[in-house]
Design a protein around this ligand. Structure first.
Ligand code: ADP
Ligand code: 5GP
Length: 191
């Protein structure tokens, strides 16, 4: 009989990339294969989109509530993204890690880099769209932003993609199944 399998250490994974690259889609498919991984649900001051549910997609809170939570140090990181504030709740992340569960956060680039500064062991994964044209088509197809917000997000993508070299891994989300398989390989590959 060999030695018992070593319990793998809980890791903090951060997925980010331009709006419309498919982060949410890839993460959902990933979690259906790894339901033991804890998904960090952020707080935001952004209004909920029609399909979004409180507590599942985000904790939807007011700006004064957000400021009070930030002042109490309840966020592992927080950032203004486009016109709203977003923050990662420290307590649920640390509780999951302390019970041996890996954690996955979906954050913008500022958030990813802030987490890496605070927790150097964190593994950062950049989800890249196959092209700017495809990114713009996906954003339009999702239909959750008006024309102005669409063009702001498409423009921001150029700057964001320049920073992909700061990440530990880059996954191009062209074919969805391939992208999910790659994310699974990356996360399983970090013992
Ligand atoms: P993000 O979370 O990065 O903003 P979403 O997951 O909301 O992006 O995806 C943006 C849009 O692109 C959605 O309409 C989604 O269904 C679509 N999409 C995501 N991944 C792919 C893919 N690999 N091929 C084609 N469409 C995709
Ligand atoms: P959306 O409004 O489309 O859900 O998200 C906009 C951007 O905010 C996305 O890039 C998303 O990854 C990012 N985001 C979501 N939650 C957080 C968070 O807690 N912190 C940071 N820094 N970014 C977040």
């Amino acid at each position: 009989m060999g030695p018992p399998p070593r319990a793998s250490a809980a890791r903090l994974f951060v997925v980010s990339g331009p709006s419309g690259a498919g982060k949410g889609t890839v993460v959902r498919a990933f979690l259906s294969r790894h339901p033991e991984v804890f998904l960090s649900v952020s707080a935001t001051t952004r209004p909920a989109r029609p399909q979004e549910r409180e507590g599942a997609d985000y904790h939807f809170i007011s700006e004064p509530e957000f400021a009070a939570m930030r002042d109490r140090g309840e966020f592992l990181e927080s950032a203004r993204v486009y016109d709203n504030y977003y923050g990662t709740l420290r307590q649920p992340v640390d509780e999951a890690l302390s019970t041996g569960r890996s954690v996955l956060c979906e954050l913008d680039i500022q958030g990813a880099l802030a987490v890496k500064r605070a927790r150097p062991q964190a593994v950062l994964v950049f989800i890249e769209p196959p092209s700017h044209e495809e990114l713009a088509a996906r954003l339009r197809g999702r239909g959750t932003e008006g024309p102005e917000a669409l063009s702001v997000r498409a423009q921001a993508a150029y700057e964001e993609i320049k920073k992909k070299g700061l990440y530990d891994h880059v996954v191009v989300n062209d074919d969805l199944d391939n992208a999910v398989n790659e994310l699974v390989r990356i996360l399983e590959g970090h013992p």
